[in-house]
Design a binder for this molecule. Structure first.
Ligand SMILES: *[C@@H]1O[C@H](CO)[C@@H](O)[C@H](O)[C@H]1NC(C)=O
Ligand SMILES: *[C@@H]1O[C@H](CO)[C@@H](O)[C@H](O)[C@H]1NC(C)=O
Ligand SMILES: *[C@@H]1O[C@H](CO)[C@@H](O)[C@H](O)[C@H]1NC(C)=O
Ligand SMILES: *[C@@H]1O[C@H](CO)[C@@H](O)[C@H](O)[C@H]1NC(C)=O
Ligand SMILES: *[C@@H]1O[C@H](CO)[C@@H](O)[C@H](O)[C@H]1NC(C)=O
Ligand SMILES: *[C@@H]1O[C@H](CO)[C@@H](O)[C@H](O)[C@H]1NC(C)=O
Ligand SMILES: *[C@@H]1O[C@H](CO)[C@@H](O)[C@H](O)[C@H]1NC(C)=O
Length: 441
């Protein structure tokens, strides 16, 4: 296995402040490995503005009739409450996948790996097994029952959209949503589940804060202290918010605060300080969290979906890098390192800080900590099977997004699990807040 060094990427270890992390997480992160593999984050990463969903065929007839009698029973056993579901291994699951490119129209062209000739199918046949409990396979009936009369928004980059499309496919056994988007812009989709009065929306906001660009030379301007109002102004409409951000922060950017340039990333302009990627990353999240807390009418649950590592090996995204592995890693075969580790720790620290403030304000912030599980899945990306072989696409080998069906379907397992836990956790938090108030008064 070729050990790769990432080019043009800050290696500064600026994560000394990570003492907030749980010990088990730290141990997980710094466990010595047998194999060393450095995941490369390219300097300038071309996330596509994808074309609209493939919807040529109409598969509504393939949906089986709903049978709620058992499926909608929602049981959370005590064991689950103590279990860290994000710590575990991938184990074979012969029953997967739970949908197909012929039964789900929501699969993006570029993630329809079977259509574009991916020869293997084992990458669809794994499930996540937490060390200390089981993570139930997604049950679409339960999910929709919990979401009845509610609304959920995904905010972030195209990996967030990838997650939503996977969820639409996972729910397709029960019902397909209708398109109730208020704009023709595919970056802002709104889907409605008629029988459940459940709305699901996606807001494209790759930096989470206000930005402009790119300029002709490919530089973005990030207003690190300003909300991206495209989503922040709609928060009131939602009960759940799934936030994500990551890969875009490696793009060349000018950083603004108070409308003044305060620094940059890869801008190569004299007299402007070039900061590590975590500089913009931390501030953007801080601002996003502040935005959420400032919306007086938003009472929903904010879920941070931690970033999902890319898996380019043998070069960068534009230098022949590819992801050709055909099975998951074991935990002891790979580590979160270098820039991945820095991003992860920065994301964690900002989250934990914000979560404390949120709790004081009676708001619920939750962590969907998929970084380690997804680090183990180099086999789940489209690679060159996201388009025709001779097609001229910017990202020829896609080692960033995830094939559908594929490992990202597991995020729905996590999400449902978190929703089931939510009732209990929030009751506990209310109790803690009441006690706090008693002590203070
Ligand atoms: C899809 O199916 C529905 C009902 O089965 C039908 O009314 C509609 O015209 C079909 N749409 C397409 C695009 O074929
Ligand atoms: C629903 O599931 C139950 C239990 O598996 C079964 O007894 C019943 O016949 C099913 N009903 C329908 C309509 O499929
Ligand atoms: C689904 O995948 C098969 C290959 O398994 C391919 O032949 C077919 O064109 C794909 N269909 C759709 C609708 O994507
Ligand atoms: C549908 O859900 C919304 C909240 O998302 C709620 O305001 C509305 O009353 C619900 N409609 C019905 C008919 O229950
Ligand atoms: C796809 O087709 C279905 C059924 O005809 C329709 O309800 C849905 O809105 C369509 N989706 C898009 C993205 O056009
Ligand atoms: C660098 O910035 C300082 C303060 O903004 C300014 O006074 C100075 O002229 C700048 N130097 C160059 C070479 O642009
Ligand atoms: C591929 O597309 C890019 C941009 O759309 C263009 O500049 C380039 O010439 C194209 N290459 C080929 C081989 O068609």
């Amino acid at each position: 296995m070729g050990k790769q060094t990432s080019v043009g990427f800050p290696h500064g270890k600026n994560h000394q402040g990570s003492t907030h992390l749980t010990t088990s997480k730290i141990i997980l992160l710094i466990t010595l490995t047998l194999i060393t593999l450095t995941i490369i984050i390219p300097q300038y990463f071309p996330f596509h503005k994808f074309p609209s969903l493939s919807n040529s065929s109409n598969h509504s007839s393939t949906i089986s009739p709903a049978n709620h009698s058992l499926d909608s029973l929602i049981i959370v056993d005590d064991n689950h409450h103590k279990c860290d579901v994000f710590s575990g291994e991938w184990v074979p699951n012969p029953n997967a996948p739970y949908y197909h490119n012929t039964t789900c129209w929501a699969i993006h062209e570029h993630q329809n790996c079977q259509k574009y000739g991916r020869p293997d199918s084992d990458y669809m046949k794994w499930r996540w097994k937490p060390d200390d409990c089981d993570l139930p396979i997604f049950n679409p009936y339960q999910f929709l029952e919990i979401m009845r009369d509610k609304a959920l928004a995904f905010v972030g980059d195209s990996v967030g959209r990838n997650q939503m499309q996977s969820l639409i496919c996972m729910l397709s056994r029960v019902e397909y949503p209708i398109d109730v988007s208020t704009t023709k812009d595919d970056d802002f989709k709104r889907w409605y589940y008629v029988s459940y009065n459940f709305t699901m929306a996606t807001y494209w906001s790759p930096f989470l804060v206000k930005f402009t660009g790119p300029t002709q030379t490919g530089i973005f301007s990030l207003y690190l202290d300003q909300f991206d109002e495209k989503w922040a102004n709609h928060l009131d409409e939602f009960n759940y918010l799934v936030l994500n951000g990551g890969h875009w922060f490696s793009r060349p950017s000018l950083y603004y605060e108070n409308n003044q340039v305060v620094g940059c990333k890869y801008c190569q302009i004299d007299n402007i300080t070039d900061y590590p990627m975590t500089f913009g990353y931390r501030r953007a999240f801080r601002t996003a969290y502040r935005g959420i807390m400032s919306k007086k009418n938003f009472k929903g649950v904010t879920i941070l979906r931690t970033f999902a590592p890319m898996h380019f090996e043998g070069g960068e995204w534009n230098g022949g890098g590819d992801c050709t592995r055909r099975k998951p890693f074991k935990n002891n075969e790979i580590n979160l390192e270098d820039s991945n580790l820095e991003l992860y720790l920065a994301q964690m620290e900002e989250f934990i800080e914000a979560q404390k403030k949120a709790m004081d304000n009676g708001l619920r912030f939750r962590l969907m900590d998929i970084t380690q599980p997804m680090l183990l899945r180099p086999d789940g990306h489209p690679s060159r099977y996201g388009h025709l072989p001779n097609e001229n696409v910017t990202l020829y080998n896609d080692c960033v997004h995830w094939c559908l069906p594929g490992p990202i379907d597991t995020w729905s397992d996590f999400l449902l699990h978190m929703l089931k836990m939510e009732g209990r956790i929030s009751a506990q938090e209310k109790l803690i807040n009441q006690r706090k108030r008693k002590i203070v008064s």
